[in-house]
Design a binder for this molecule. Structure first.
Ligand code: NAI
Length: 284
């Protein structure tokens, strides 16, 4: 995969991982449209990047119409998009039993429907160019690990991982790669997600606990630098690796999870005529 001269669309590109990806893509010769809900952060990012090959587009990824308009704008300015990074995401640091329908609608709307909207908007466009391309969806280690993590967030990230794997099979014949990015802790602004919660989904929100937010801000300071994650992501794309695990320290924990899953199997006798493997192999 050659990045040089291609056009990338990066959601949540004004901060954190998305901004790291933008820097890395520009450095490898790509043009980039940053799409983000925070207009002030877009302005600040464009100022620091100071590069003629990047533009900013205000977008709420939860909006289907907004996504279609943003795609038009990006392609008008920078040419056909062939690299899509569905990266925008938020976190609500609370458990499922503490959550309201508004909480579900907000987090599912951004973290899952945002990715769906990106795929629905751009996959047909990339296919139509016939030039191939690549889609990276940002999930998280929370797409595998649930212990202590916020439940709605887990739900969205598991879904993004599953959707990405399925998409990989369907887009491979069109020369469009798909990977899922699964970072651990990142030095980012995700602790401040409440700032971009829409008023329409705030009626049943728990009051923001500013002490907890300040603590989360401190914790995220220890996270991995977005530039490191971005470099590992682009390298993985060049090798067409599906899972992108920038944090090597999770390998043992993941092995434990898979061992626990496998330990739940029982040596039931094979059921003649009902070997389910046949069906799944056909689907691949
Ligand atoms: P961040 O908060 O620094 O950046 C996310 C960007 O997304 C922000 O600029 C924000 O304005 C934007 N955004 C939020 N809602 C949006 C919406 N509705 N439409 C468009 N843009 C929106 O956070 P970070 O950490 O860089 O997040 C990027 C992705 O990485 C997210 O999907 C997150 O779930 C994931 N992630 C983050 C981890 C962390 O420790 N921070 C760990 C694992 C995954």
């Amino acid at each position: 995969l050659n990045f040089d001269g291609r056009t990338a669309f990066v959601t949540g590109g004004a901060n954190g991982i998305g901004l790291g990806l933008t820097r890395a893509l520009l450095a490898r010769g790509a043009k980039v449209a940053i799409a983000d809900i925070r207009e002030d952060a877009i302005e600040a990012a464009l100022r620091t990047l100071d590069n003629q090959h990047v533009i900013g587009i205000p977008l709420d990824v939860a909006s289907r119409g907004g996504f279609a308009d943003a795609a038009e704008e990006a392609e008008r300015a920078l040419g056909p998009v062939s690299l899509l990074f569905n990266n925008a995401g938020i976190n609500l640091f609370q458990t499922i039993d503490e959550s309201s329908y508004d909480d579900w609608d907000w987090v599912m709307g951004v973290n899952l429907h945002g990715v769906i909207n990106g795929v629905m908007t751009f996959a047909p466009r990339i296919k139509a160019t016939g030039l191939g391309g690549y889609i990276v969806n940002t999930a998280s280690m929370a797409s595998f690990l649930c212990g202590g993590a916020p439940g709605i967030y887990n739900t969205t990230k598991f879904a993004v991982r599953g959707m990405s794997e399925s998409l990989r099979y369907s887009l491979a014949p069109h020369n469009i790669g798909v990977s899922v990015l699964c970072p651990g802790l990142v030095k980012s602004h995700i602790y401040a997600s409440d700032e971009v919660r829409p008023a329409t989904l705030s009626d049943n929100a728990k009051p923001v606990d500013s002490t907890a937010v300040a603590r989360l801000a401190q914790i995220h300071e220890f996270g991995m630098e977005p530039d490191v994650i971005a470099a590992r992501t682009l390298d993985a794309m060049q090798e067409n690796r599906f899972h992108i695990f920038p944090h090597p320290e999770f390998e043992d924990e993941l092995r434990t999870v898979f061992d626990e899953i496998l330990a739940d199997f029982r040596p039931y006798p094979a059921d003649a005529g009902h070997d389910q493997r046949v069906g799944f192999e056909k689907m691949r």
